[in-house]
Design a protein around this ligand. Structure first.
Ligand code: ATP
Length: 254
């Protein structure tokens, strides 16, 4: 995207954002509350159109393409989507129904190939044995992993994860970070974009970072050169001390 701005009334949600994701890249989007991260993902997932600027997604230009054809090529996991999934739906159906772009199972006919893929994803995301459990009865950590499995169901070319570790306890977070580390290392995985508030949630193997503040880009580029003390302090508006141990980041106020 180039020069993207989004305005609602007098408020600028995004200001002159230019950003490119290439095949095989794994991006972190980070910034404080209200920085515009979710808005940016809304644009990248074709749910929101910019007021100014140009957005190209998977070789199509937003505004000149049928978004309903583009959406199955983009996997999305977010709290807003989780709320739309019926709690009575089974884990298997929560993942499987993504292939039809619907949230609850009705009378659709699913191929056994689709069901096999859904089961494989459920296993891959550490939920073997949970296939018949109802989504509403899962823990937050289990739910988050179902959402990622669901987002991968259509074999997307781009995977957008909006705060997948929000609300998880330490073990839940570490399980998810490990799973995302594996995904990042998979050469067949789609391009990845992960939104988070916390450097502790950056999975090793992610390649790039975009730091935001007040709708604008503070810094963007290769991860190590971007997640620096100076850039993170500027994004969060607080002097930070950042350490990296075995590819894992921690940040504390200075
Ligand atoms: N329709 C709207 N009208 C006016 N302001 C809006 C609208 N939608 C979002 N905003 C504002 O735009 C800003 C950016 O919101 P956004 O959800 O993108 O931020 P975020 O970085 O994802 O924040 P958080 O980390 O808290 O989830 C916020 O200040 C929000 O209140």
């Amino acid at each position: 995207m180039a020069g993207v701005g989004i305005r609602r009334g007098s408020k600028e949600l995004l200001k002159d954002v230019s950003w490119q994701v290439q095949d095989g890249e794994r991006w972190i989007i980070m910034g404080p509350n209200g920085a515009g991260k979710s808005t940016l993902l809304q644009v990248a997932s074709t749910r929101m159109h910019p007021t100014t600027g140009m957005v190209g997604i998977l070789d199509e230009v937003l505004g000149a393409v049928d978004v309903f054809e583009l959406r199955p090529r983009i996997g999305l996991s977010s709290a807003a989507l989780a709320q739309q999934l019926p709690g009575r739906e089974t884990v298997l159906n929560a993942v499987l129904t993504a292939s039809w772009g619907v949230m609850g199972r009705w009378n659709e006919d699913y191929d056994s190939v689709d069901e096999e893929r859904a089961r494989r994803l459920i296993w891959q995301w550490g939920l073997r044995g949970y296939e018949d459990r109802r989504f509403g009865t899962l823990s937050e950590g289990e739910r988050k992993r179902v959402l990622v499995a669901r987002a991968l169901m259509t074999d997307p070319e781009l995977l957008l994860l909006d705060e997948p570790a929000a609300g998880l306890d330490l073990a839940g977070r570490e399980t998810l970070v490990r799973a995302l580390t594996r995904l990042a290392a998979d050469p067949d995985a789609p391009a990845l974009v992960l939104v988070t508030h916390h450097v502790e949630e950056v999975p090793p193997g992610f390649t790039h970072a975009l730091l935001m503040r007040q709708g604008g880009v503070v810094a963007a580029g290769p991860l190590e050169a971007t997640l620096t003390e100076d850039n993170l302090s500027a994004a969060f508006g607080l002097p930070l001390r950042v350490t990296v141990t075995d590819g894992r980041y921690t940040a504390v106020a200075r």
